[in-house]
Each structure stands twice: as C-alpha cells, then as structure tokens.
Ligand binder design. Structure first.
Ligand code: WQD
Length: 373
C-alpha cells in the first residue's frame, strides 16, 4: 500500500501568495493541501485555477495518489473565529495535519495606521487562535509569512536577519508580535518547530499566466498598479512617484523584488526544514525556531521598475514626482545569505522575468479572475 500523503494546511490559500505556494506544494506530489481563506483579498476562482494547472502537468500514467495531490480541500474560514478554525482541525483529528503554512493576514501599511485594532485582531489574535488550535490537535510545525517591514528603517543594507526588529507601522508590529509568539512557543516546548519567512517584495505570476495577483480595488503596490495602468483599468493615467529625494542612487525608493515562484519555493524548503531530522536547528539548541529573509539581495528603484515594466508591456507610462508617502523606507534590500546557506534558497528569476510574467497574467486575464463574489 502506498503511504498516505502528508496533509498541509495553508491559511490565505486563495490569495496571491497562497495560490502560488499551493501550486508549489502540489508540484512535489507529496502533499495534500487543505486551504482556509475568508475571501478578504482573495478570489475563489484562484483555487480551481491552481488545481487545473497542477492537473494539466500530470503525466498520462499518473497514479491515483498523484491525482489526489492536485485536489484542494478548501474551507471558507475566518481565523479570528476560534470555532471556525477548530472545526477544520476537528475534521482531520489529532495529528491529522502534518504542518501549517500561515499566510493569511492584512498587509497594507497605510491602512494599518488608520485601523490598528483590526490589524491586531486579524494578524495577531488570529495567529494566537491558530497556534492554540494547532497545539490542541498535535500539529506543531508552522511556516509563518513575515515581512521585511519588521526591520523598520534598518541600520545596515543589505539587511541581515540579526538586525534588531523595530517595525514602525501597526502592520509591521503585528508581524513582530507573531514572530515573538512563535519564538516563545518554540522555547517553551521542544515539540514545536517554526520558521518565519521575511518577505521582501514578491512580484510576477506563474509563467503559464493561469494564476497571478488579483487585488481587490485599485492596487496600492507599484507593480500591480503599473500592470493595471497598462491594461487600461485605472485612472488617473499618470503614476505618482512618491518622492525622489531619498538617499538612493536616483533619489527614489529602493526595494528588493523576487519572483512569486521563487518565494513559493522558499515556503517548500522551509516546510521541509521542519521535518524531525532537520539540520537547521542545530545552531539553536534552545528552540526549534528560525527566521529567514526571502529576497534576491538586489536593490531596484521605483524608476527602474517603471522602465522594466515599459520594456515588458510596451506601454509608455507617464509619471510625476510627488511628495513622499508616509511610512516609506528609503531602502529595503535583503541579505539573502542565511536562507541560501541553511535552506538552499535562491531567488533566481530577474526583474525582466517578473515583469514579463506579471504582464502575461494581466494581458491574458484583463479582469483578473473576474468579479469578486
Ligand atoms: C514600492 C515603492 C513606493 C505606489 C511592500 C508591501 C507591504 C509590506 C512592505 C508585506 C515605494 C513606490 C508605490 C505608487 C510609488 N509587506 N510607489 N507610487 O512599500 O515596499 O510595501 O512591502 O509584507 O505590504 O506592499 O511596496 O509596491 O507599495 O511600493 O511611487 O503609486 O513604490 O513609494 O517606494 P512597499 P509598494
């Protein structure tokens, strides 16, 4: 009899990052994915697209077990409702879920300043309830979606993981708090193992153009906004560049972009590193907890992004320089060495590929996944 598949629960599974992570998990043909999502900034069509894409890549002689890996058990579930997340774990019973990839969260820095309590509830309280539920059901492995915003304005660039955590926005603080909970939990109980992944700026889409980012409303982030401008979905037609008086080579902010497929593969490596025989915790004998930067280690300015998107789309973007955006940091460039050394992670795809794949998704799906439910 073949061994049964390991069950991995992905929170925020129908979102931009979640859908690409699920695809990466399915591609291994070793996991059975359970997705939970409350539909806040995600589209229900995303999951059927992921499954269809995975199925289309199965060999003609695929086994029943392989076919099973392409199916997603999906639940509409709000993590701030303990009863809802508990009901999902109850279905699989104690020890039924091997590990969790926790991606679901609110993520807009500016909004978090306006409505901090909603952020603490949705990002911190929800993580607490999830961890309590996992504990109850003997599920003690977790990969956590953290963010480069935990560093605030970092004292050194590129930023190593040893940098003090000093987030400025409520959003960033929710990520620091959740990381702290994981660290404390792993110190309290050797059964637990956890990895926080500090994302820099994920971009692009799966090269097939089947899955990608579908933001609700007008995109706030630079790359999806440029894609929407090129497809003719946003007004006004002039991009506002927030500041050109930063201490950076061209005066505009610098970010570290990495392809969404690379980011997804980082989750897979992290999940695998939670296995009992993992070597990565040898350097932290007190607790099986680690945090890694996921970035390329290459700084790219706002003006360079506009130029790269012009090349990818052929669209002549008009822009004007306006004042700085509140809360923006001049330079967020990762030192990616630790993730490479310990996880074997490397973000290979360059900016031109990210822009090509973003545009491929956007032009094949001008309306994204279609109207929200
Ligand atoms: C990039 C640059 C803007 C829009 C991301 C995530 C956020 C958090 C941190 C998630 C900045 C400039 C943008 C525009 C512009 N991480 N810009 N005009 O700020 O790095 O935030 O990382 O965990 O959720 O979104 O990304 O794409 O918003 O901005 O000039 O209309 O583009 O000022 O310098 P950011 P972004």
């Amino acid at each position: 009899m073949s061994q049964s598949l390991q069950k991995v629960l992905v929170t925020g599974g129908a979102g931009y990052i979640g859908s690409h992570v699920i695809y990466a998990l399915q591609k291994t043909r070793r996991y059975k994915v359970i997705s939970v999502d409350n539909g806040h900034n995600s589209h229900s069509n995303a999951l059927s697209k992921v499954s269809a894409l995975s199925r289309s890549e199965l060999p003609a002689d695929a086994s029943q077990r392989d076919i099973e890996t392409t199916e997603i058990e999906s639940y509409k579930c709000d993590l701030t409702r303990r009863d809802e997340i508990r009901a999902v774990f109850e279905k699989y019973g104690k020890g039924g879920i091997w590990g969790v990839v926790h991606i679901a969260a609110y993520k807009a820095v500016g909004e978090s300043v306006e409505i901090p309590l909603a952020y603490y509830e949705n990002n911190v309280a929800a993580t607490l309830y999830l961890l309590q539920t996992m504990q109850e059901y003997d599920c003690t492995r977790i990969v956590y979606s953290s963010s480069a915003t935990v560093y605030g304005i970092p004292p050194t660039i590129p930023i190593p993981e040893t940098t003090r955590l000093k987030a400025d926005s409520p959003y960033g603080k929710t990520k620091v708090m959740s990381e702290t909970m994981l660290d404390d939990l792993c110190h309290s109980d050797p059964k637990w193992s956890a990895i926080s992944l500090r994302y820099f700026n994920p971009a692009g889409a799966h090269p097939s153009g089947q899955i990608g980012e579908h933001p609700k409303g007008r995109p706030g982030n630079l790359l999806p906004l440029l894609a929407h401008m090129a497809i003719g979905r946003v007004d006004p037609k002039t991009l506002q560049v927030f500041g050109n008086d930063y201490p950076t080579p061209d005066g505009t902010c610098v970010r570290d972009y990495l392809h969404i497929s690379d980011l997804a593969s980082g989750h897979l490596l992290a999940l695998e590193a939670l296995a009992p025989n993992s070597k990565i915790f040898e350097s932290t004998p007190d607790a099986r907890y680690k945090a890694y930067n996921l970035g390329q280690g290459k700084g790219i300015s706002v003006l360079q992004i506009i130029e790269a998107m012009r090349k990818a789309t052929g669209f002549d973007f008009k822009y004007e320089i306006v004042g700085r955006r509140r809360g923006d940091v001049p330079d967020l460039t990762a030192d990616p060495a630790l993730a490479e050394k310990e996880l074997g992670f490397k973000a290979n795809e360059d900016l031109a590929i990210m822009c090509r794949d973003l545009w491929n998704f956007q032009s094949k799906n001008p309306e994204g996944y279609g109207k929200f439910d």
